[in-house]
Design a protein around this ligand. Structure first.
Ligand code: FES
Length: 580
């Protein structure tokens, strides 16, 4: 075999292109001979096979309308790869959509990350383009790529367009929840509910508000993992297709330059991601996913640091659910360049990006801003502090979080009587009962929706207001659980209580009538019950941890970690700080 076949695109002697990761037949030259014979069956020439290979992770699926533009994106990525002298090789991986994954998409995120890691590792490619968008897909791909360790670049599918219902602009899924709330409260009838159902998702693409998908898109760009401007173009726009072409071309360059993912996913990059998460009023899920991605690099997301950063990072982005606008408005306002320019004094500008330039250099290259009304200035923020506060107390010794920017200011300092639901089934059975003993000042507590509890830490933390209170006009109450909440949801909702109730965390021992105190100012979440009484309850009703007999569920329950570790599997974390 010629030297051309074997040398790496970056000039080193490591195997590259089609010679990389040869299947084991004992005879390496025969393995390459066989591989080439098979790929030539698809009509490739030797000239094509000598090029740097760029894998393209295709997550298109009929079950995933958030990735409905995948065919157009793949075509554009391939064009970019070929324009830059590479060979594009598309391959499928698992795709996970929020509404088509039971029991919850989070249950499958780690599986998708393992699929991504192993297929990137197993198949010959010098760089990989990761096409993701719907909530769990981008974190899964970044986790997998971080572990695989090769040059990687994220391509976001982009947000959906907004629709219009009887003259009102609507978009998934903040407005989905708002209209469902109106229906539950008897404010709209079934016919109007059916009408709005046609308008909430006006095109393919991801949710149009600052939910988890938009949050992860912004975080991916803040991490330096996308092309500049890659977070915000809607799915069906020419800008999105252009980003795809640029992504393909850049993938060839990072393959040639050997810009592996560990050079981008550094502690500085994670700090920038946390800043951006806070400044965009991002989804609380972003913390869990960042912790999981960092864990793959042997790094920790320090919740106390996040809280300190939150106190000095204002919410600048005026997007639902914290504000008024939608992702397409953010894009028209200049997208991430506008936000990063405003956040510049708080950013680690030396962080490297997939362009081979630092974040600071990219901000300079984006040029001056223009007048717009979607990204506020630091002097005139949407909310003076970061969107997320980290709480501690005897109810959550390992921490809990609250999205204060989407909460009711009047409930941030609150003490109330606990109304307890033991699990999701119990909640579904009783929440709408006229017999439920509940008042507007009570604190709703839902147990057993943590990583092991449900399992998969579903987005059930957005506990609905009991129907009889909703009818009486109650819009918000303090709600507490060990689960997650959709980034599109809003309310005074304490989430990610750690340790979770299913493994015997204090939440397991809360009883109806206990007093609970929330103080966002003091970052406190306390159960006003003595330690002795809690110990007595633990002895009286010991928690039996969930188990499974076989399969992925068994693997999940045996190895999943708590929220502060990103709900990743323990054996997938890096053991060293360089991601190995
Ligand atoms: Fe896919 Fe919201 S359901 S992004």
């Amino acid at each position: 075999m010629s030297k051309k076949d074997s040398s790496k695109p970056d000039g080193t002697d490591e195997p590259s292109g089609m010679r990389k990761g040869l299947t084991s037949y004992g005879d390496q030259d025969f393995s390459l001979f066989l591989r080439k014979a098979f790929i030539k069956g698809a009509g490739y020439t030797d000239a094509a096979l000598e090029r740097p290979v760029v894998g393209i992770a295709n997550t298109g699926s009929a079950y995933n309308p958030c990735h409905g533009n995948a065919p157009q994106l793949i075509e554009a990525v391939k064009r970019g790869v070929m324009l830059a002298g590479g060979l594009p090789m598309e391959f499928p991986t698992i795709s996970v959509h929020e509404s088509f994954a039971a029991p919850t998409s989070m249950y499958l995120r780690n599986l998708m990350s393992m699929d991504t890691e192993e297929m990137v590792r197993a198949q010959p490619m010098d760089a990989v383009v990761l096409i993701g968008g719907c909530d769990k897909t981008v974190p899964a791909q970044l986790m997998g790529a971080a572990s695989a360790g090769i040059p990687s670049i994220q391509l976001i599918t982009g947000s959906m367009l907004t629709g219009s219902h009887r003259g009102e602009r609507v978009g998934a899924c903040t407005d989905c929840r708002r209209y469902w709330g109106k229906y539950r409260a008897g404010e709209i009838d079934g016919d109007e509910t059916a009408d709005v159902n046609n308008q909430l998702v006006a095109s393919v693409g991801t949710c149009s508000v600052m939910g988890t998908a938009s949050t992860m898109a912004c975080i991916a760009e803040a991490l330096g993992m996308t092309m500049p401007g890659g977070a915000s173009p809607p799915a069906v726009t020419a800008d999105r297709i252009r980003i795809a072409e640029q992504t393909g071309a850049q993938a060839v360059r990072i393959a040639r330059d050997g810009l592996s993912i560990d050079k981008v996913l550094t502690p500085a990059a994670f700090e920038n991601a946390m800043r951006v998460l806070l400044a965009i009023g991002g989804s609380t899920n972003g913390i869990v996913h960042l912790a999981a991605i960092a864990g793959r690099m042997g790094l920790d997301i320090d919740l106390q640091l996040l809280d300190r950063m939150g106190r000095e990072t204002p919410v600048l982005l005026d997007l639902k659910p914290s504000g008024q606008h939608y992702m397409e408005d953010f894009h028209k306002a200049g997208g991430m360049a506008t936000l990063l320019r405003e956040l510049k004094p708080l950013l680690r500008l030396e962080a490297m990006t997939v362009t081979g330039r630092t974040l600071g250099e990219e901000i300079e290259r984006a040029g001056p801003g223009f007048v717009q009304s979607v990204v506020r200035t630091a002097a005139n923020p949407i909310y003076p502090q970061g969107g997320i506060a980290v709480l501690r107390g005897n109810l959550a010794p390992g921490g809990a979080i609250i999205k204060q920017s989407a909460a009711d200011a009047g409930l941030m300092e609150h003490e109330g009587r606990a109304v307890v639901f033991e699990n999701i089934e119990d909640l579904a059975l009783r929440i709408d009962s006229d017999d439920l003993d509940v008042a507007r000042d009570d604190v709703l507590v839902l147990k057993n929706i943590g990583p092991k509890g449900a399992p998969g830490m579903p987005e059930a933390g957005y506990i609905p207001i009991p129907r009889k209170l909703a009818r009486a006009g109650v819009k918000d109450m303090v709600r507490i659980s060990d689960g997650r909440m959709s980034g599109t949801a809003f309310g005074t909702i304490v989430l990610h209580v750690t340790p979770e109730s299913a493994i015997g965390g204090p939440l397991a021992h809360v009883r109806n009538g206990d007093r609970i105190r929330l103080s966002v100012a003091k970052r406190e979440i306390s159960l006003l019950v003595s330690d002795d009484e809690l110990a007595r309850r633990a002895e009286e009703s010991p928690v039996v941890e969930p188990t499974a007999e076989r399969g992925y569920r068994k693997l999940f329950l045996q190895t999943v970690m708590q929220a502060d570790k990103g709900v990743d599997f323990d054996f997938l974390c890096a053991t060293k700080p360089d991601g190995r």
